[in-house]
Each structure stands twice: as C-alpha cells, then as structure tokens.
Design a protein around this ligand. Structure first.
Ligand SMILES: Nc1ncnc2c1ncn2[C@@H]1O[C@H](COP(=O)(O)OP(=O)(O)OP(=O)(O)O)[C@@H](O)[C@H]1O
Length: 800
C-alpha cells in the first residue's frame, strides 16, 4: 500500500462524497416534490410500514402469523428466491411474522435454485439464499416440525444424455459443496479469508432426468450434446477446417460474424437432417398406450421432426444479435427476435419518422423539436430554447425557424423547405419531386450525411441496418400504391403502435424472418428464464465478460457492497487519486482495488450461473459454441490456452473441461482432442461425476462447424380456392399453392407473399421478391382488391 497515494486521494474522496451527497439530496427532494418513489424506496417503505404494525393492525391487514396464537392462518410463498436481496428477504419475513429479526414461524415457503441467480445487476444477492436456507431449517427445528427442505433434484425438462452432460460440465464449473482446497473446482471459485469457498458461489448439484430418450415401444431420439469450437485465426482454420470449408472464405477480422455463420449453419443442418425431437402427448392421444413406459412418473412423448420454432439461440446480450439474424436470413431459416427493441423505437428511425411528420405538417412542434435535436441537425436544447423564445405567442416553432436570421437556422430552414419540395408538400415548383418515398429518404440521407453520422456511434452497424429496414418499408408502401405522404405516415404510425403493443404483451415484436411469428427464437438468456426449447444453442462462449460489464460507475470509481464479516453487507467506495510521484497520472487506492476484486469475483460467479441457466433451457439437444483465437505456441493447434482460475470468458471453463479434461480421469489431453478434430472432425469427452453417492457420467462431443448445408423450408399445401368467391375475375395463376407454414402466418398477418407460377410454391420474405415474370403477389396481383389474408381465409373482401 502506498500511504502517500492513499493520503493524496483523500481530497478526491471528500469532493466526490460532497457531490454525491448533494446529488442524493436533490434526488430525494425531487422524489418528495413529485410524490414518487423508486424501486429501492418500494422495498424500504414496505419494510418501514410492516415494522410499524402492531398485532391488531397485522390482523386487520391479514398479515400472517400462522402458528402464533393471535394470528390468522396464512402462508407466504416465494418463487425464484435466488434473486432476492437482504431487504426483500426482510419484507418476506415481516409479512410472515411480527418479528422479522427472528425467523420463528413455519408459514414461510420458498423455492429457488441458487445456481440460477442471474439478477445481480439489479440488486439480487445470491448469498441471501444460503442464509435463508439455514434460518428456515433452524425455525423448523425449533418448532418441532419435521425439517422438510428437500433438494429438488429430479428434472422433468431435459433428456438424460444432455442432462448428464450438463451435470458433468457444471460439476467442474461450479465448486463442489464443501470442496477441499485441492479440488480443481475450488481453485475456480472465489474464497473467503479463511480459504473456504465464498457464499456467493453456488455449488454443483447434479440432477436426475425423469425423461427417457426412447418411447415406451423403443423408438428413440439421439440427443446432440456438443461444444462447437469456431477457429478464427487463419492458421487454425487451415489446420482444423481443411480446404474448401465455407467459413474459410469469410472475413476473419470479425470473429463474431464468423461464429454467427457457424451457428446458423449448424442450426440449418439440424433442420435439414430431420433431427428427431420429442413432444409430450396427453392420455387421450390415440397412441398413448403404445408410447407409455408403464412407469407413471415418466412423461409420455411421441417423436416428431425438428421445426425452426423448437430452436432457441440464447445470447448473453443483444449486442451482435443482428449478425445472427443476417446469417439465418441468408440460409433462409425463418426466425423471430423475441421482445427486441422495436425498429420504431430506435433513435435513428424515430428521427426519420419525425422528419416525415414535419414534412407532412411543419407546425407539428413536437416532431420538429425531435428532428432538430436529433443527429440529423444536432441542435442543442439551449439553442432550441432560444429559438422557441422568438416565437409569436400563438406561432409555431416552424414559423420561428423560418423567420430566424442566425445562419445555423437559415441553413436548416432551407433544407427543410427543400425536403418538403421533394415530397411535393410545398407550393413551390422549384424542386424536383421524387417518384417514391424511399427515393425521398435516399435523397435526404445523401444531403444530410445522416447515415455517416449515425453509422459512427457505438451502435452504428445496427443503426444503419435500421435505416435500411425503414427504407425498405417505405419502398414497400410505394409498391403498395400508398400515394400521399400523410398516408405513409399513417401506416407507419399504425405499425409502430402494433409493435409497441406486442412488446407489452411480451410476444414477438420484431421479426425479419419468413413472415412473422415463428421460426428459430433469438433471445437473451435473461429472457429465457423459465422457458424451454427442444434445441438450445448457446453461442459466444468466448465473449469477454469483464469487458462487457465494467464498473458500476464510469471511469475510475468502484462501488460495491462487500461482506462485513458478519453475514451483512456494507457499501465500499473506491476511487483513484493522483499519483504522488506524478500528478498527471492516477493511482488506485486500496479501497478501489478491494471493491474491484470483489466485483470481479462476484461477476465471475454470476457468469457461471448465467451459463447454467442457458444450458438448462434445453429439452432434447444442447449446442455450445465459442470462438477460438490464436495465442499459445504450447497449446495444440496454436489455440489460446484457457485460464479457468481467472476466467474472463465462459470458454475458459468449458475449454478446460472439454479439451483438457480437468477433473476427468485418463490421459486424453487437449492434443488428443485436437487430433480427433483433425481426423474425424469431432472428439467425445466423457465427464464423470457423482450423484447421490453413485458414479455417473455425461458425454459431450467437441465438433467442428459443418462444412456445407442445404436447408429447404418444409412446405404445406394450402388450397387457396382463389376463384371460388370472386365473380367475374379471371384467375391468371394457380389456384393451389404450396405455402410454407410461415407463409401461412404471414398471410394471416396481412403481409406480402409471392407465388411462383412455375412451381406453384410461395414465399413471403422480402428477399424473395419476384425477380422474373413468373412470380405474382398472392392476393392483389392474383385478385385485385383482395388482401393476402382474404386469400387465406377464402373470404371475399367487402364489396366496394
Ligand atoms: N411432475 C412432473 N411431471 C411431468 N413433467 C413435469 C413435472 N414437473 C415439471 N414438469 C415439466 O418439467 C419442465 C420444467 O418444469 P418447471 O418449469 O416447473 O421447472 P423449474 O424448476 O421452474 O425450472 P427452471 O427453474 O429451470 O426454469 C416443464 O416442462 C414441466 O411441464
């Protein structure tokens, strides 16, 4: 410790504390003034309120004290308890019994899995789980009731093979309960001062599967459980993938794009191979008896072929999601982004919509404000306030803008007048009108340099893609014959509304797939909590989780709640101060180092749980993938060696287990694995573990990305019966079309679909627009006046 540096930091700490206190006071005063509370207040106030109730009040409110002589019988049940923090746990205790400081009731029931605690970022504290467990056991004992706190170790979700693989993998990733210091899993966990594994590290707990991989009469599903390494480095690719592999033709500088392609290809392969999956059947199913196992605890299931909807790709964050969209789209695999931030919520599209609003109605002040302060014109709020101050009492911001003589406003006013001219919204004849709305957008983008502006910020690629998407929607409006700009705007606003409603309903919001609703599910791991899919793919095991999280406060300040050595937590604040030897540089204080180390250790433990949540969403098949870069001359194939003790990626743990066989008997080291990959394209790792005192083992295949794929979406024949209802219209096209399931959905949603008059098949994606004379739009091309949905429902549109 550099005492001088600690001393020098004092002024900074003091200054920061003064600012923080002032900010906190103002925040509290603002909440008081506006009569609002924040999330923290909700919990604190609930605790305060409950703490003030006497026995009569508790009875009146119906708060529970089962077992207490003066209380009504009632029980408190909490699910997902692993994501509770100390304050919330106190609310639960205060609800259950008058004295929250003592857990002395038997009316409290909590369920949770400490291996699935993944909400640290919003205040969950997994160490509460262990405290609560102990407190409840003690309370049961005191009350003389049989301590019934069964571990729930039967899993009804996952087939035995993938569950064994998950058991074997996480038996190493998580520390063993009470692991000895020599146990490798102990080395991978954070420890307390006495060397024991820290309370925030969840322990391994292998589960038993209640499912069977065969039906009662012996048909089977062969689960795929694999780790797919994606070599990024050119030499590794040459070594492992061999000649002619499609990944070798990709741009290697973007490893994420390469991995997305590998994953999309793997998913397409599973689909085109007709991979078998199970589906539960009810007891009224005609084949129930044949499929049943004669053991009523085993779910009865039938085998069917994998559909895109059965697959989920689980991402740790939304960053890079568009790469997965692009690769799936390229392979023609339908997909859906669950609960994505909508196109119309994105800042760049909001700007463009505001522009259209202003072109339609320049006196729309709100739209004009939004437009002027957007990156398109980049005016500050201060400048806008000054402009607004020049308005006549009933004048609009637009009139103030037109009258302004400051040069920054003169140029903008001229731009907007010109754009209105292009749109045909101005009286003036001096501007060329555009032929289509997308051409208008292109011209505005060219003249303002908007794409370059939004393309360079941190989410630039996504922003540019959103603008492109918006432009293609405008193009579709022109093709649909939407003529006036007001009509275009009306359509956009209706579409944005329905997107927003979808988001609230927590269903599919934004899809780029083959028509909407359905297809491979793309979602974050947090969103997948509580869900399950026949096939789960967890990519990006090589993502650096330390880079992604960072300190809570930007810059050089660390803030953490650390253990007080007494089961509680105290806030610790750490800052960098000036270096006494060189006032131009900063040096860290002890408090900052401690807070950072603690944060990293807790984040690492949380990352183990996040990977566990992701992997345990799988029902039948599980695929993990991760990029491998070059790094080590000693490690086989020049791959980077894993560092499980100081893991910065999931791959550090998974690679150590599946390549190096950490904790696995036998001498099959990473070199053997890499040899297997070179010669067979795969290697199988056996992962032994113990469950309920008995030896068991899981198997996980290390398999290189597939070299080629051909995927054809399955087709369904739907009789459109086009001429059944339309009198006097000659149908120039087939009356029976081959429709893919997602095309049917698309038609139902009134989206555009195309029929191929040569093959009689149809597609609904924008990418499948007719390129030759053979294709016709299902709906209006075939039947003027019909919407696609009319075609599918076979009902004629209302007479006009
Ligand atoms: N007794 C049972 N018999 C048959 N199937 C069951 C049984 N209990 C649960 N399942 C099935 O097992 C799957 C997982 O159950 P559930 O979602 O309740 O588990 P969970 O413990 O909440 O899982 P997680 O916490 O991992 O999300 C579901 O498909 C559910 O229908």
């Amino acid at each position: 410790m550099d005492l001088e540096a600690e001393r020098a930091s004092y002024e900074y700490v003091d200054a920061f504390a003064t600012v923080a206190t002032a900010a906190f006071e103002r925040y509290a005063a603002a909440k008081h003034r506006d009569n609002v509370v924040d999330f923290g207040d909700l919990i604190a106030l609930a605790n305060h309120f409950l703490g003030q109730l006497d026995a009569d009040a508790r009875r009146e409110f119906g708060f529970f004290a089962a077992g207490a002589p003066d209380g009504p019988d009632g029980y408190v049940m909490v699910d997902e308890f692993q994501d509770t923090n100390a304050d919330q746990w106190r609310v639960v205790r205060a609800l259950a019994a008058p004295d929250p400081d003592a857990v002395d009731t038997t009316n409290l029931f909590v369920v949770g899995d400490d291996k699935q605690s993944i909400y640290r970022f919003r205040g969950a504290d997994v160490s509460v789980f262990g405290d609560a467990d102990a407190a409840l056991a003690a309370a049961n004992e005191r009350a003389g009731v049989a301590a019934d706190q069964p571990p729930l170790t039967t899993n009804f979700r996952t087939l035995p093979e993938p569950l064994h693989a998950i058991n074997g993998l996480f038996d190493r990733v998580f520390p063993q309960a009470g692991a000895a210091a020599s146990d490798p899993t102990h080395e991978w966990a954070a420890t307390d001062d006495d060397g024991s594994v820290a309370a925030f590290e969840a322990a391994s707990e292998p589960l038993a599967s209640a499912r069977r991989s065969t039906t009662g009469d012996g048909d089977r599903v062969d689960p795929t459980v694999e780790y797919m390494p994606v070599p990024v480095d050119a030499a590794q690719q040459a070594d492992l993938l061999g000649d002619g592999h499609h990944l070798r033709e990709e741009r290697r500088e973007d490893g994420n794009a390469l991995e997305a392609k590998a994953v999309a290809t793997r998913v397409a392969t599973l689909l085109s191979d007709g991979t078998a999956v199970f589906e539960a059947v009810d007891d009224d199913h005609p084949e129930y008896e044949r499929l049943a196992h004669g053991d009523e605890d085993v779910p009865v299931e039938r085998i069917r072929t994998l559909e895109p909807d059965d697959v989920a790709i689980l991402l740790s964050s939304r960053g890079g999601l568009d790469q997965y969209e692009r690769e799936l789209r390229d392979l023609d695999v339908p997909y859906t982004v669950i609960k994505g931030a909508g196109l119309f919520d994105s800042p760049e599209v909001t700007t463009l919509v505001n522009l259209l609003r202003v072109l339609v109605d320049p006196t729309n002040d709100r739209a004009l404000y939004g437009l002027l302060r957007s990156p398109m014109f980049g005016r500050t709020d201060d400048a806008l306030a000054r402009l607004a101050a020049t308005r006549d009492s009933d004048g609009s911001l637009w009139s103030a803008l037109q009258a302004a003589d400051h040069e920054e406003w003169v140029a903008i006013a001229a731009d907007l007048r010109r754009f209105r001219g292009y749109a045909g919204a101005s009286e003036s004849e001096e501007y060329d009108r555009v032929a289509t709305w997308s051409a208008l957008l292109t011209r505005v983008l060219d003249e303002t340099g908007f794409l370059a502006t939004v393309g360079t910020d941190e989410r630039g690629e996504k922003a540019v893609a959103n603008v492109d998407e918006f432009r293609s929607r405008l193009r579709a409006f022109s093709e649909d014959g939407v003529h006036s700009l007001a009509e275009v705007l009306d359509r956009i606003e209706r579409r944005a509304d329905s997107d927003a409603r979808d988001a609230e309903a927590n269903v599919v919001q934004f899809d780029h797939g083959d028509g909407g609703g359905g297809g491979v599910n793309l979602l974050t791991i947090h969103e997948s909590k509580g869900m399950e899919y026949e096939v789960v793919v967890v990519p990006k095991l090589g993502r650096d989780f330390q880079a992604a999280s960072g300190p809570r406060l930007a810059g050089s300040v660390e803030f953490e709640r650390v253990g007080d050595g007494d089961g509680g937590r105290v806030p610790l604040f750490g800052i960098a101060g000036p270096d006494p030897a060189d006032p131009y540089t900063d040096t860290s204080t002890v408090a900052r180092e401690v807070a950072r180390e603690r944060r990293r250790a807790e984040e690492r433990a949380e990352q183990k749980r996040l990977l566990y949540v992701a992997a345990t969403r799988a029902r039948d098949h599980l695929i993990l993938s991760g990029q491998h870069t070059g790094g080590s001359d000693e490690y086989p194939a020049g791959l980077e060696a894993p560092d499980p003790e100081n893991a910065t990626t999931w791959r550090d743990w998974v690679q150590a287990v599946v390549f190096d066989g950490v904790g696995c008997p036998g001498d099959d080291d990473a070199a053997t694995v890499v040899d297997g990959l070179r010669t067979d394209g795969m290697y199988e790792r056996v992962l032994p573990y113990e469950r309920a005192g008995a030896a068991e083992a899981g198997r996980i295949a290390v398999r290189l990305p597939p070299a080629t794929v051909s995927y054809e979406p399955s087709e369904t024949t739907v009789e459109l019966g086009l001429d059944e209802f339309v009198d006097g219209v000659t149908v120039d096209g087939p009356t029976v079309l081959e429709l893919s399931p997602s095309t049917c959905t698309a038609l139902e949603q009134g989206r555009r679909c195309w029929s191929d008059t040569a093959t009689g098949s149809s597609r609904s994606t924008r990418t499948q627009r007719p390129t030759d004379g053979r294709r016709q739009r299902v709906g209006s091309d075939l039947h003027p006046g019909w919407t696609p949905a009319d075609c599918l429902r076979r009902t004629p549109p209302p007479a006009v």
